[in-house]
Design a protein around this ligand. Structure first.
Ligand code: ADQ
Length: 486
């Protein structure tokens, strides 16, 4: 049996007291099955050359953590990953700041990952790399002689070539991805975006009728693996947390009012400014709800070293303050806006207590909170999910009230429709969504990906396609221009 090796930007070996979140649980169960290895940055930066990985073994899983140079980490993580790739892949060109220096650091960090991982690899390993921080890793490992299957899963959206082409080095990025044996995306839309790039760079013939890519001698599987949640675990967490002290204090404070919940990392892609304005619109349009609904938005700060995240925080504080200033009463606050973290189980209790879940990202790879909201509900009296049609989750959760997150009037109407929806309709919609979640839960997501990786027969040569330093060969440029003009 082969051993599974997972690689992600950041890992934290589990502490005895802390229960890992859903994604970690899925990956861990796959690692436990094979006595696997989880490799990544451990959260420490240093000024000198990083040392050897630190290894902890717990419940048969090895955790190998590395340090990164402080200066390089800043350029790689806050810089290239979060000021270039993240905005570009979420279609926010305005937030993108390209710099070649950041790109170099991104390449160097990927080289460091490959060099530090190499001595830990065994002859029968299957390697599974996670997310946009590590796209060039397969190439770097191949250069060091690794020939075992390597898979990559992208947790965020993949843009269409017309968006991707904004990146000066988009051709390298696409070529680097073809060094993997399996490339996984959240939705068909992302796969189509990737195909548009492959077609642009290598020609339509590179996509075989069976969907595999044929790049030179290499055959690559690029497929859709929508990530799921552990439905039973979420349900259990929610049921247990509901009567607990923290959730009860919150529900008591509602004084019988309806509860609408939002839970997101504080990120401009989550559409919080637009969401706050939709809520204001709702209160203006349906004044009967004044004093009868409380909207709790939990949004812990993230990426606080990046300017765009400081700006969004200021806008949100202003927007929440304006709505509260205008509509609040002596015994009612329309929005409770909290920048703090809660244990996952407590959050699930909050979601179970809510009549409405408001999940309106402007773009999202999947959005696990939408799925968690559905899993956390009481099946006999479920709340209503309002979901952005620009979230990956909308493909599977089509029984939610789907909205365009930019259309504040439509989101306002959806809130009103959710609050007045009959029990029969709520149960029907919830039942349909729960079925989808059970069919494709976190365990089946990991199983499907790992199986694909094991099956991937590397019919290809060990040599990855050559990288061209200028970013794009003249031939390809001509082909690109032709298809652009057509
Ligand atoms: P994220 O952008 O982080 O993930 P999301 O999918 O919603 O977004 O996952 C967030 C997770 O963190 C959820 O499990 C949620 O419960 C938890 N969480 C949120 N706020 C929390 C808080 N205050 N305290 C504790 N836990 C909290 C990226 C991509 C998504 C993709 C996921 C998984 O951007 O599109 O769905 O990876 O692939």
């Amino acid at each position: 049996m082969s051993r599974l090796v997972c690689v992600s930007n950041r890992i934290s070996p589990p502490r005895k007291s802390a229960a890992p979140g859903g994604l970690a649980v899925g990956i861990l169960s796959a690692l436990k099955r094979t006595g696997g290895l989880w490799f990544g940055w451990g959260g420490e930066t240093v000024d000198q050359e990083p040392g050897d990985p630190e290894i902890h073994i717990r419940e048969g899983v090895s955790y190998a953590t590395i340090e990164l140079r402080a200066k390089e980490f800043e350029l790689y993580y806050n810089g290239y990953a979060n000021q270039v790739l993240w905005p570009l892949f979420h279609y926010f060109l305005k937030g993108m700041r390209y710099s070649a220096e950041q790109r170099d650091a991104y390449e160097n960090v990927n080289r460091t990952f490959a060099q530090k991982l190499l001595p830990l690899l065994e002859a029968n390993d299957d390697i599974w790399v996670h997310d946009y921080h590590l796209m060039p890793l397969a190439r770097r490992l191949r250069e060091l002689g690794v020939q075992r299957p390597i898979g990559f899963f992208l947790h965020i959206p993949f843009p269409n070539i017309e968006m991707l082409r904004v990146l000066p080095t988009y051709a390298e990025l696409l070529r680097d991805l073809t060094c993997y044996d399996v490339i996984g995306f959240q939705t068909h839309n992302d796969l189509r975006g990737f195909h548009s790039g492959i077609e642009h760079l290598f020609g339509a013939e590179a996509i075989r009728p069976d969907g595999r890519l044929k790049i030179g001698e290499r055959v690559v599987r690029a497929e859709v693996f929508p990530i799921g949640v552990d439905v039973d675990a979420v349900q259990q967490e929610a049921i247990t947390a509901l009567p607990g002290e923290v959730v009860r204090r919150m529900t008591d404070s509602l004084m019988g009012r309806s509860l609408m919940m939002g839970v997101d990392r504080l990120d401009y892609s989550k559409g919080l400014v637009e969401r706050f304005s939709a809520y204001r619109h709702f209160l203006e349009t349906y004044p009967d709800n004044l004093g009868r609904i409380t909207y709790i938005q939990i949004a812990p700060l993230s990426r606080t070293d990046v300017k765009a995240y400081v700006e969004i925080r200021q806008s949100l504080e202003q927007a929440a303050g304006q709505t509260n200033g205008r509509f609040a009463d002596t015994d009612w606050t329309p929005i409770r806006y909290l920048n703090r973290n809660f244990p996952h189980a407590t959050l699930m209790g909050f979601l179970r207590a809510a009549q409405v879940g408001l999940v309106t990202p402007l773009r999202d790879g999947m959005n696990l909170v939408a799925k968690e909201f559905v899993a956390a509900q009481d099946e006999s009296d479920p709340g209503v999910l309002i979901l952005s049609n620009l979230a990956g989750a909308a493909r599977e959760l089509s029984a939610a009230l789907l909205v365009n997150p930019y259309d504040s009037r439509a989101v306002g109407h959806a809130i009103q429709a959710a609050l007045s929806m009959s029990l029969t309709e709520r149960r029907e919609r919830h039942g349909a969504m729960l079925q989808v979640l059970r069919r494709n839960d976190i365990a089946s997501w990991t199983r499907r990906f790992v199986e694909a990786l094991q099956e991937s027969q590397r019919e290809s040569s060990p040599e990855p396609p050559a990288r061209e330093t200028s970013g794009e060969s003249p031939m390809r440029l001509v082909r690109g221009l032709q298809s652009y003009r057509a």
